[in-house]
Design a protein around this ligand. Sequence first.
Ligand code: ASP
Length: 309
Amino acid sequence: MEPILLVHGGAGFINDDRKATELLLGVKEAAKAGYKVLKSKNSLLDGLEEAVRVMEDNEIFNAGLGSVLNLDGEVEMDASIMLGSNLNAGGVTVVKNIKNPISLARRVMEKTPHFLLAGEGALKFAKREGFEILSDGALVTEARKLMLENYKKKLAEKKLTNTGEAELGTVGAVAFLNGQVAAATSTGGYEGKMVGRCSDTSIIGSGTYADDESGAVSTTGHGDSIAKVCLAHDICKEMEAGKSAQEATEICVNKMLKRLENTAGAITLSVKGEIGIAFSSNRMSWAYQIGNMLHFGINKNEHNVEIVN
Ligand code: ASP
């Protein structure tokens, strides 16, 4: 079977059509870049890392550069990665001043006996591994500063209602190669989060999961709910019980909405190479490449196909 690389650019309340167009361009670019590396290096992890890095470097997404700000106006990021063949996994949480948290998460997986490193410890490890440590504020964009100001204004005016649907933009990728799967996810969290808040994205089983006995999943959306239902793992368990990737993804995303009244989205690849894409938010950008065909969409029931040269 042909390799597959599928990415998402976050589920949430995206009502600005110009932003939707930019998100779509961003996920298409990431899917193509990741697919190229997946094929040329014949490596699931290299393909995933490339796809996620491309989105972390694009400030339209809420990951790496362009991450949303915590209440103190700082960027604190989370990321995780997992390989289905041996269940190896690595993550970082509440990490600052690292350009590509997904690469640090991979290093945690490959170079430590742990699955998750937090804050200061993660930074210490990054330094030891030769990662560049950026100066404070280097990942803070003007657009995110403005967003936080508006958020605080609304908070003061008590105009904020907790609909559970914010304009998010977490990024993630899943890949299939020679009957094996892997998954990766990266985020800045959500606007107005408390300092030190740890997201579902860093947690294996919630934001990211991969097992060659079922499939690979990357989730996005209301993280504090996603973590409570262990969404990524839940989807894998449904596949293990015989559901297709699409059925499993829809069932679990809808189950979370019913149970906790918060929205989410997920992308899934089964070990059979089936694709699952579902979201309960109004939009979620996604794209995948198989062979020279690029598939993409952002609205409910939207599925476009383009030939890649
Ligand atoms: N799940 C992320 C978080 O709660 C946000 C997102 O997916 O956009 O931090």
